[in-house]
Design a protein around this ligand. Structure first.
Ligand SMILES: NC(=O)c1ccc[n+]([C@@H]2O[C@H](COP(=O)([O-])OP(=O)(O)OC[C@H]3O[C@@H](n4cnc5c(N)ncnc54)[C@H](OP(=O)(O)O)[C@@H]3O)[C@@H](O)[C@H]2O)c1
Length: 246
């Protein structure tokens, strides 16, 4: 059995060192030097060439070398029936939470208004917004949504999340499925998208979604499902659009 490593972005040496340290005897093959394709049973991949995974007749597992599997599923020529997994990295999760909290607090604490005051050379103090009344809504309540949600809860925000299936997460109100989307949007002042990009979620942040938000709501898109963005790889590098719907 051999493990294929195929990534245009990662340093194979570090991965091989780390894996052989934990799994002595593991045989790693670094793409494109794959040797006998029949040996490959596990593939560790990040944006590998489309169709390449079909070449390995004994492949049993495809593991994305990242937090998402969009780049794997974008390959229309995947071998059928092979499970696809991803990496859950607490450091990356914490970094994403830090990002969405920073973005949400930026709007919640009215930094754009203060920046405009500063540009105009004005000193003016605004009333502190009421955290308990600023409703955070997380599209996606998985690894990233739950972590960010818990941090918003700790700050005192009312938090809800929307997912495919209902969740029971302390302090977070759960909405699920198509029927749950509009009630979820209607109670959301800062909408944060942490959904994976799939056929079902592509374009979910659209005119109708935005119109269902309360007036003056903000949207932070931290993953890849904005209707207006198109790109080859399926993953945006954490763009944020703070959008005042006034
Ligand atoms: N831009 C970046 O830098 C960056 C960094 C890290 C991650 N990401 C992306 O963030 C995405 C989310 O990561 P994660 O670790 O939180 O994923 P996850 O643990 O798989 O959670 C995904 C969440 O989305 C929900 N969901 C999926 N499809 C849905 C649908 N059709 N309708 C409603 N809810 C749906 C899932 O609901 P159920 O649990 O009910 O299925 C789950 O709550 C990943 O796909 C990754 O690519 C981006």
């Amino acid at each position: 059995m051999a493990v294929l490593f195929s990534s245009e972005a990662d340093d194979p040496t570090a991965w091989v060192e780390a894996l052989t340290c934990r799994l002595p005897g593991i045989e790693m093959r670094i793409w494109p030097e794959v040797g006998d394709v029949r040996d490959i049973e596990v593939a560790l991949v990040w944006r590998c060439p489309p169709g390449d995974l079909r070449r390995y007749p004994n492949l049993r597992l495809i593991c994305s070398l990242g937090a998402g599997v969009e780049h794997v599923l974008a390959d229309s020529d995947l071998p059928p029936g092979v499970p696809v997994t991803k990496i859950v990295d607490p450091d990356l999760t914490a970094g994403m939470s830090e990002y969405v909290l920073a973005a949400a607090l930026h709007y919640h604490r009215q930094f754009p208004i203060y920046a405009a005051f500063q540009r105009d050379g004005r000193w003016k103090k605004l009333r502190r917004p009421d955290t308990a009344r600023r409703r955070i809504g997380l599209l996606g309540l998985g690894e990233l949504g739950c972590d960010a949600g818990a941090k918003f809860v700790a700050l005192g925000f009312p938090v809800a999340g929307w997912s495919r299936t209902p969740k029971s997460v302390p302090g977070i109100e759960s909405f699920a499925g198509a029927d749950g989307l509009h009630p979820f949007l209607a109670r959301t002042d800062i909408l944060i998208c942490l959904l994976p990009l799939t056929a079902a979620t592509r374009g979910i942040v659209n005119r109708e979604t935005l119109a269902a938000l309360p007036k003056g709501a903000y949207v932070i898109n931290a993953t890849a499902v904005a209707a207006s963005r198109r790109h080859a790889g399926g993953i945006l590098s954490a763009p944020v659009s703070g959008r005042d719907l006034d």
